[in-house]
Design a protein around this ligand. Structure first.
Ligand code: MLT
Ligand code: MN
Ligand code: ZN
Length: 305
């Protein structure tokens, strides 16, 4: 099984178009030791060539497809290697790319939970709009059951409800229900190896912690370094936890959890906000990650399990 990171940034990307924080200014001017990043998405390949599952449809999907020619096998005048799409939530940074994929020649097989489906047909009725183009062939993610993506053989999926926040347009924004946000436990059926993908994780609850401990690789919420990051920079009044993201540093932070995992577990932070000091490869925060054996996802990173 292969996981290709298409976009490693959180909503807004890096640099964010209207942001002049230290990081965004630094990457824009080329004066910071870092790389630009597009918004949150991965692609997963099992044991069939030219056949990938797209996990989240980023607003940057067209750029991501250009940067990853493996996703365009060119077997027909109109073609794609994307066999199906899975959503971990209904957030703007994970769904807007569906509009960019509207020229598909058949309805997109689209896996999402009932609550994400409700948000994407009401608060943000993107799936209704898409029905005027390629349409979607909705596949229900059942929180009790695993699933497989047709056309991506050799990979088994399981969605775990996680504590985070649905999108601001969701009626559940301030009182989330199970299924608003999920983590994906992705298993290579042949090798029995697993990855846990959780770009939005507001707290590490028991079921997620169990999955993290069994996974060979965890790709977890790397949005913010501190809870007050956006407040301290004068960019927002919201804490990381208020918008469903557990910060890395501090008591109970993501680094404490990652520290408790077995040494063999590959630990990768993903969905990184442009304000996060770990984006500066020369920062003390990044040095701390290196000491702890924690990697920072980048666009184009490929993980072979
Ligand atoms: C989030 O996960 O909180 C998002 O990145 C928000 C957004 O898409 O703007
Ligand atoms: Mn996001
Ligand atoms: Zn910024």
């Amino acid at each position: 099984m292969k996981i290709r990171v298409l976009g490693s940034a959180a909503g807004g990307g890096f640099p964010q178009w209207n942001c002049n924080c230290r990081n965004c200014a630094g990457v824009r001017s080329g004066t910071m030791h870092t790389r630009a990043r597009t918004q949150s998405s991965i692609a997963v390949n099992g044991n069939a060539a030219d056949s990938w599952a797209l996990v989240n449809a980023s607003p940057d999907i067209l750029t991501q497809l250009q940067a990853n020619p493996v996703l365009q096998p060119a077997r027909a005048p109109r073609d794609t290697a994307i066999a199906g799409i899975i959503l971990v939530d209904g957030q703007v940074d994970h769904t807007t790319g569906l509009y960019m994929l509207r020229e598909a020649t058949r309805p997109w097989p689209l896996w999402c939970t009932d609550s994400a489906y409700a948000d994407l047909t009401r608060g943000n009725p993107i799936l209704q709009v898409l029905s005027h183009y390629c349409g979607i062939d909705r596949r229900r993610i059942d929180l009790e059951d695993g699933f497989a993506v047709d056309g991506v053989p050799g990979v088994q999926w399981r969605a775990l409800p996680v504590a985070s926040k649905p999108a601001p347009y969701s009626p559940n924004r301030e009182s989330p229900v199970p299924g608003d946000n999920v983590a994906l436990l992705i298993t290579d059926e042949v090798l029995g190896r697993t990855a846990l993908y959780a770009p939005g994780l507001g707290a590490v609850e028991e079921s997620v912690w169990d999955a993290m401990q069994t996974a060979d690789c965890v790709l977890v919420d790397g949005t913010f370094w501190t809870d007050e990051e956006m407040i301290a920079l004068g960019l927002s009044r919201k804490r990381a936890r208020d918008i469903g993201h557990l910060p890395q540093s501090g008591p109970g932070g993501m680094l404490e959890w990652l520290e408790k995992l077995p040494p063999r577990t590959r630990k990768i932070l993903i969905h990184i906000n442009n304000t996060n000091p770990i984006l500066d490869e020369t920062s003390p925060e990044r040095a701390q990650l290196r000491r702890r054996g924690v990697e920072v996802a980048w666009d184009g990173m490929e993980i072979v399990l």
